[in-house]
Design a protein around this ligand. Structure first.
Ligand code: PLP
Length: 447
């Protein structure tokens, strides 16, 4: 079928996530057909370099047959297995054990679901349940951050700090969630040096804990580096200070590693990169490199022991918790990442190169800030570099730039006014050159 015919059907029946459908009716969708390595092709035969790894998930690149075979073999052997009624299966057990061996110390227990949003729901229910069982039911308040993105279910949207999430439907934010400023140095502390700013920004957590009342705070819930918020990467002093503050007030530390996990920061997990040991950690996306939907909520011994020893039956779970094919694909994905040393190679050979290319944009008249961690980079577009003034919202400058990039064969994500670049971890240096070459052309065409 021709591109246009697909677009007609698409328009008539398919509601897309996070999409202005009236706008889409005018432009039509790009119709993707296949992917290989870091490239995706469309029905017009155009090859596009995927500068956003699908949606921050295709860490291993497209077209790996081993993952397809792992899914097929598992489906032939045991296509589905519930784990509700005293039943388990080998793929889920093996994956849970494998994750426990990889995650920071003490995170020895894993609950599976399908999406990052659901993993965050599990984390929130766990936090509340934990404090009820610990005899401190008054600890209800969860502190999250502005510009956070934790997902689209009611609770995950409430945890998020992106205002349009609150008007998109539902009585959001749900009660018991408060937000603090995020370590966004370009906007909140440009006059400080990075180390100093990290400590100041962590202090906003302590201020909020004291304002709410330390005995009422259940947890601090945050992404190690914020992806959808615009690649906001904290200084190295931030997270250790956050951990210290959480310990001081006995507040649970919850790391949403749905994007940061599985190599994005240059280490296996954001917690490794920033040197923290959370009480709960949510994983998704890169756990299967996006080949099948799976997420995990890992819990420390402290938290899980409480649920197990005092909780009785826990009325929480999903039909697809620990789906066998998804677990088999995750195991195969991790095997390849390990055997091919993809995370380590990216850290040693690609991350410094990626950073050096990003830094060439410092002098661009439209770029106010350049930030990155690992292979997650952000170029913030501003109208006035001196005053840091942004373009008016109606200009939709990020979106305009991404449209220009797509015309030239690069897909990246515009997070507000920030061009977010987060390619698959298997990208090569020449492909990085291509990606940044197109990004520059797109910026120049947007100006
Ligand atoms: N947490 C973070 C940090 C994310 O970036 C996302 C999605 O982009 C989610 C959670 C939600 O994951 P999902 O879209 O799989 O529900």
């Amino acid at each position: 079928m021709e591109t246009q015919a697909w677009q007609v059907l698409d328009r008539a029946h398919y509601l897309h996530p996070f999409t202005d459908h009236a706008g889409l009716r005018q432009t039509g969708s790009r119709v993707a057909t296949r992917g290989e390595g870091v490239y995706v092709w469309d029905t017009d035969g155009k090859r596009i370099i995927d500068g956003l790894s699908g949606l921050g998930c295709v860490n291993i690149g497209y077209g790996r047959k081993e993952l397809v075979n792992a899914a097929a073999e598992q489906m032939l052997e045991l296509s589905f297995c519930q784990s509700f009624f005293k039943t388990t299966h080998r793929a889920a057990v093996t994956l849970a054990e494998k994750l426990a061996s990889m995650l920071p110390e003490g995170l020895n227990h894993v609950f599976f679901q399908s999406s990052g949003s659901e993993a965050n729901e599990t984390a929130m229910r766990t936090i509340r349940r934990y404090w009820d069982l610990a005899g401190q039911p008054q600890r209800r308040v969860v502190i999250a951050r502005e510009l956070a993105y934790h997902g689209s279910t009611h609770m995950a949207a409430s945890l998020s700090g992106i205002p349009p999430m609150y008007t998109a439907g539902g009585d959001i934010p749900l009660p018991g969630i408060v937000h603090i400023k995020t370590p966004y140095q370009y906007r909140h502390g440009p006059e400080m040096n990075a180390d100093e700013f990290g400590i100041v920004a962590a202090g906003w957590l302590e201020e909020k804990i004291l304002e709410v009342g330390a005995d009422k705070v259940a947890a601090f819930f945050a992404e190690p580096a914020q992806s959808a918020g615009g690649a906001i990467c904290p200084p190295m002093t931030y997270w250790p200070e956050i951990q210290r503050i959480c310990k001081k007030y006995d507040v649970l530390l919850v790391a949403d590693e749905v994007v940061c996990g599985f190599g994005r920061t240059g280490q296996w997990f954001g917690a490794d990169h920033y040197g923290i040991t959370p009480d709960l950690m949510q994983l998704g996306k890169g756990i299967t490199s996006g080949y099948l939907p799976l997420s995990a909520c890992a819990m420390s011994d402290r938290v899980a022991d409480m649920l197990i020893e005092k909780g009785g039956e826990w009325a929480h779970g999903f039909t697809y918790s620990g789906h066998p094919a998804c677990c088999a694909v995750a195991l195969e994905n991790i095997r390849i990442l390990e055997e091919e040393r993809i995370v380590e190679t990216a850290a040693a050979e690609l991350v410094p190169y990626f950073r050096s290319k990003l830094e060439t944009f410092v002098d661009h008249p439209l770029i106010g800030d350049v930030r990155s961690v690992g292979l997650m980079g952000g170029l913030e577009i501003v109208q006035n570099k001196k005053t840091r003034e942004s373009f008016p919202y109606e200009a939709k400058i990020g979106e305009a730039c991404s449209t220009e990039a797509l015309k030239r064969g690069l897909a990246f994500r515009a997070n507000g006014d920030t061009m977010s670049l987060m390619p698959p971890l298997v990208i090569t240096r020449p492909e990085i050159d291509t990606m940044f070459g197109i990004a520059r052309e797109a910026l120049d065409a947007t100006a």
